[in-house]
Write a protein that binds this ligand. Sequence first.
Ligand SMILES: Nc1nc2c(c(=O)[nH]1)N[C@H]1C(S)=C(S)[C@@H](COP(=O)(O)OP(=O)(O)OC[C@H]3O[C@@H](n4cnc5c(=O)[nH]c(N)nc54)[C@H](O)[C@@H]3O)O[C@H]1N2
Ligand SMILES: Nc1nc2c(c(=O)[nH]1)N[C@H]1C(S)=C(S)[C@@H](COP(=O)(O)OP(=O)(O)OC[C@H]3O[C@@H](n4cnc5c(=O)[nH]c(N)nc54)[C@H](O)[C@@H]3O)O[C@H]1N2
Ligand code: SF4
Ligand SMILES: [Mo]
Length: 887
Amino acid sequence: MKRRDLFKLAGAAAATISAGVLVAPLFRSTKRGPAADFDPGPQTWPIDYEKARATPTVCFGCTTHCGVIGWVQDGRVRRIAGNPLDPNAEGRFCSKAQGMISYTYYPERLLYPLKRVGKRGEHKWKRISWDDALDEIGAKLKALRDAGTPEQFVFHYGRDKTKGFTKRFTNAFGTPHRLNRRSICSSNRRVPLMSAYGREFEWGTQDFENTKLILNWGCNPMEAFQGGHYMMPRIQKARVDGGARLVTFEVRPSATASVSDEYFPIKPGTDGCVAFAMAQVITQEKLYNESFWNRWANADLAEMTAHLAQYTPEWAEQQSGVPAADIVRLARDFAAAAPACTTLSGRGSAKHYNGEQSDRAIRMLDVLVGNVGKPGGYCLSSLRGWAGRYGQEGLPKLSMPAPKPKGPKPWKPGTREFALLPKDVQERVAAFPDDWQNRYFGELATPSEYPLSWHWYQMRVGQLVYPYIKEGRQKVGVYMSYTLGAAYGYPEANVAREVLLDEELIPFHVAFDIGYGEQTALADIILPDATSLERWDAHGTNSYGLVPYVGLRQPLVKPLGEAREIQLVLRDLARRIGDDMAAHFDFEEVEDFYREWHKNLPISWDEFKRRGIWYDTDRAKDYELYERPVPKTELADATTDETTGIVYTEKRGKKVAIGIMQDGKAVRGFPTPSRKIQIHDDIFQVAAKAVGIDPAEPLASSIPVWFPVPAHAEMADDQLFYTTFKWNVHTQGRSGHLKFQAEIVHDNPIWIHPDTAAKQGLSDGDRVELTVYRPKGHTYRAGEAEPVGSFVQRIKFIHGMQRGVVCTAHHVGHWEHGKVGADTPSRVDAGVDPALADPDIDNNVWWAKSRGGVGSGVHTNDAMPIDPAPLIGGQNWYDNLCRIRKV
Ligand SMILES: Nc1nc2c(c(=O)[nH]1)N[C@H]1C(S)=C(S)[C@@H](COP(=O)(O)OP(=O)(O)OC[C@H]3O[C@@H](n4cnc5c(=O)[nH]c(N)nc54)[C@H](O)[C@@H]3O)O[C@H]1N2
Ligand SMILES: Nc1nc2c(c(=O)[nH]1)N[C@H]1C(S)=C(S)[C@@H](COP(=O)(O)OP(=O)(O)OC[C@H]3O[C@@H](n4cnc5c(=O)[nH]c(N)nc54)[C@H](O)[C@@H]3O)O[C@H]1N2
Ligand code: SF4
Ligand SMILES: [Mo]
């Protein structure tokens, strides 16, 4: 599809960008209920800038974490705007940022510790004091430790920006169970980056501002993505000022596809085909940058050319539906634009059974044309001022204050923990290589069937936590959820709820949150967190301006009610558990901790607070980090391996690689085992063998190869692909109850191409039942015949859809989260404060079903199969096959 065909849609999406507010009447319900004329009275909180106090902080509205400024007047946060000192966001912010205000003054916000008085899940609560709550939790935790079973404390978070604070607690306690949601989110895309570059460089940090051509596989930076907000204006600037082109492969007209110069609808799970075929064109036509490849790739170019020959553009067209002629044209354009060209990929290409291979193929294109680290190319960032990491020379070291606790010991054969593991797991672990055994901490933290989820660092396989607990793979004593909405937002969320409801499996559940949602509803004790406008954190991320920086989240106002920051809560729990723990939490104010953390920055604490951001304005941009010379001081007692050219030094008795010889000079190279970009990586072979997958299977291949998603290869004629997506005004499952955002998007009709609908005799607006099936291949409960689940929703004709694909947004359809999110009155009168009452919410949720509106959407995630990618464990969200039937 070409730009002119998309003109109308593009117009709508462009308005989205410039206004920062969604203007997509196409997708919004306009039917108003009886209360449409309700006047909520003076609901606005005007600012008098003479009187208001401005404080910089960091937004928590989504994973992008922009530097922002909050304006406070008469004790109330009235406005959030961008912090111009942030070199990444450059003063821009988005509509979701105002959601931080909605969160803080949300009428159903939890403000007091609560203890359940009825059965678990019965919504009966009483208010208790912090002392009582902490005494009870502390005693339960202490009992686990006294019994010598600290691992039975499971801390599971969704988002944690405390800079190692919660890890300090779990380490001091002695449990390896600090679980996260990385597999739910992004591990399939992190693995190809870790393998190729040795570090994620947080997604790759493309130099968009100076690029000429962007090939985008399923990334949606115009409305989502980690850093989308940083990328969007840079991409647009390159296009408007520099004539750059943006080409997007997508399954639906996302905001990004809609504004692209070219949008190619693609068959789900076939992104790799297109990338492989482009690599084929580049190698066959010798359009590559041979000297870059020979210097920096760890594979032989002639061998790679021969391997790629099978992936012809015609074959790719058959697989993906993208025309061969376009593949050839774009491959040539890409090579011609080098080095000012770059690939971009997001969860669209990666969240599949074969996503890791697709992303490996996409990354290979950059290496072939030699744009890596070059102006306008696929850059890598030295990241956030954390010293001691790759590319950090000259940056101040920031770290948490001493004494740092050591943390638990690995669960090696012979240990008490090992003896508790199921027999099959023991056998697998006993056969692991030594360095894996040294990193193995049981099935919740380091699932043995998914070793690449923890080979590089702890990504976990979050969606298996609940099934594994159910299967008895790990006994739990105390389970704490923090900023986590698994009971709503994980795949087979019903399994999460079933386990959370079971008092045998989870004897004690503490939920640390700011609102009453599906997860908190299943707790025994709820602790009210301070919102992001009321607390301290530190922040750094990769910078698309290619300058590393750090930001500070600081309170704009005191926590409302009795809400408390997690750092204080963990400190007080540590004091109750024992002196050895308390020693790691010896501070009075949370600020003391972050002041200490900041101490090596060349800026006073007060100045840092005043600016909210620090970076070295004199530092050269992060181009060609790998060519930076190894400093002479480090070379003094270094040795060089004659065959590989790798330069080593000794640190604490261990041989550590610090660079590689190139043309007689020691340069940094990449932090990979070969110090080069790893096109070839044996780790996939090692991992496959370790989990009993035939090393001859394609997914064990050391070099990138194509294989189809097993379920897709056998798809029935009447089946459709089913994908979920993110709206620009919503974040995950945590904004469906925020009134401004919900007013703009509150429903999630099923998008479908009219041709696809016509095949089933369906008309626009028909209600259908959508049923999802279990996947096949090496995955959890593969191929079981029973459908996973279904839901009923109406269809919406969208002409830009890929045929054969249906999709919905996944943010709405809550059944907790009160009047806005779920059209139910608050279920936790005990925890909320009547002073926050908002007549706008009480009387003006015009889309609520109870007011004759369309309602707040349907929940999708009980129908989503738990589907971890082989070896890695990343959830294959976008592989689902479904059927729809008119109801
Ligand atoms: N507004 C907003 N911003 C967010 C978030 C949010 O919830 N809302 N969440 C944040 C988080 S945690 C994350 S992980 C990121 C995610 O950011 P992205 O990776 O950009 O987002 P997704 O929506 O997961 O996936 C991108 C697109 O992939 C498409 N897709 C599905 N299957 C395929 C396929 O087979 N091939 C191709 N080419 N495309 C496909 C979907 O239609 C979707 O539009 O966004 C972050 N930013
Ligand atoms: N169908 C489908 N589902 C998906 C995805 C998908 O592509 N398709 N993608 C998903 C992705 S990318 C991700 S990252 C996960 C996210 O999944 P989660 O990390 O579980 O979820 P969130 O919805 O971000 O937020 C969870 C909880 O955080 C709470 N919260 C918000 N702010 C604060 C705060 O300041 N303090 C505390 N203590 N709590 C707070 C909210 O009230 C909510 O209960 O879910 C995903 N779910
Ligand atoms: S993009 Fe995310 S972090 Fe940035 S202002 Fe918007 S919600 Fe906040
Ligand atoms: Mo995510």
